[in-house]
Design a protein around this ligand. Sequence first.
Ligand SMILES: [Zn+2]
Length: 219
Amino acid sequence: MRIVILGAPGAGKGTQCKRVVAEYGLAHLSSGDILRRERSEGTELGKEAQSYMDSGALVPDEIIVKMMASAISESVESGFVLDGFPRTVNQAQELDNSLQSSGQKIDAIINLNVDDELVSQRMTGRRSCPECGAVYHIENLKPKVEGKCDNDDADLVQRADDALDVVANRLKTYHEQTKPVVGYYKSNGTVIEIDANKDADEVTGFVLDKLEELASALK
Ligand SMILES: [Zn+2]
């Protein structure tokens, strides 16, 4: 199976990806991980990406697509789940072109739908311990004593990534750039819509049910 997982920040993509990969023995191709690996190994593409990053620019779609295409070509046998990619319609089109040239295509897109308010509540309510790294939530996972870590009594803090303005900004970028990718795939492929407003285990249940159907249809 060749799958793409899409969803807003905070929709639980990482968790669902890991579970799908474990269930079907697929390769987990995370664009963030692959970019880090290419840079640390100093490959040609890695060096090129690094030069953009050094100048504070975004790595161009062309380089990201080349990196992902190369990782995909190594995962033809196992199948794969794409995580964090494609992030724009342009990347999705480039990916399709690249797959077509090797006679492949994406089998399904899993779209994790979650309400903005819930994402915002999930993310801005997180508190973490600067001493031991434990993560709490002001409503869903409260420490025994408000504002204090259960393990070491340290004062809990909100990470910069979880601040309201940062979360609002990430949601805005998602709606502007990544949501149109869902539209692109709706006219070019199979989109499986998942209600990701539930808890993670329930969402995994929905996702695996749909993939079972897909797997038998592909046989
Ligand atoms: Zn702690």
